[in-house]
Design a protein around this ligand. Sequence first.
Ligand SMILES: NC(=O)c1ccc[n+]([C@@H]2O[C@H](COP(=O)([O-])OP(=O)(O)OC[C@H]3O[C@@H](n4cnc5c(N)ncnc54)[C@H](O)[C@@H]3O)[C@@H](O)[C@H]2O)c1
Length: 278
Amino acid sequence: MQLPMQIKDKIAVVTGAARGIGFAVAARLAKSGARAVALVDSAPEADCEKAAGEINRAAGAEVARVFRGDVCDAAFRAEVFSRMEKEHKDCARICVPAAGILRDAMSVKIGRENGDAQIYDEELFRRVLEVNLLHPVYWAMQMTARIAELRHRAGAKKWRTDEPLQGACVFIGSVSSRGNRGQISYASAKSALSAAAKTLNLEGMFHGVQTKILHPGLVDTPMAAQIPEEQLEKYLLPQISIGRLIAPEEVADAAAMLIESPAVSGPLWIDGGMRPMA
Ligand SMILES: NC(=O)c1ccc[n+]([C@@H]2O[C@H](COP(=O)([O-])OP(=O)(O)OC[C@H]3O[C@@H](n4cnc5c(N)ncnc54)[C@H](O)[C@@H]3O)[C@@H](O)[C@H]2O)c1
């Protein structure tokens, strides 16, 4: 019987953990017995500490620890993993890089004043790709690299099915990965993230590390609160079979299931039966 990946007693790293989906995932991991959870976010210190306090109060122990910084900063990323490993005497084995940004605009639109066509800002596109695509891929690779090193130094070769799984990474995709009006940068990033998850999953199994992706629909977080009320009521809610937004805790439950279920390779759609937009 294959030994599953358990959340209990593992070291976890969650980005975007000060609020929304990242926070719900971090709280869920702590509730499932993770030994330590790094809450990574660039939000103000008070918000990050509030999130950690809430998780630690519920756990009755100092499980959550804040790391404030930009997830696109490579030195910061390396520091988070090495400090967690040093403090907890094992490397991180769970990574959920949930930080993400929206910078929505039409790819091409005619300017109201001069009638000139405006093209989506290239710098903005790069930033969205950096945060929503490069960051999750590099945080996942950083975790896998450390697991690979430790196994290599212990003389282990290709992961065997009688070994416990060594690590799990869950990416947060989006229904927009199917393509969506007004989201040229975001949809491109999330779509590419699917291919990255599949590739990392195929390669990572050499070291016993699984990488999977789940695709939420509209989740009740501050990100979704940026959508104008009228657009939500008139166009978006009618497309969702269950007639409501998804709770962040529902996404966190799905992430926990993906971490602990070796046979489920994903992608998993957590969209309340959202039909693709016309
Ligand atoms: N809310 C939704 O409807 C929805 C739907 C599908 C997918 N998602 C995805 O889920 C993930 C989480 O979304 P959410 O709704 O919780 O968003 P959110 O905006 O509520 O929270 C995102 C968190 O990420 C942090 N963050 C953003 N950029 C960062 C950076 N460069 N460095 C460090 N921290 C950074 C923010 O400070 C914030 O705390 C994102 O990847 C998003 O694309 C959200």
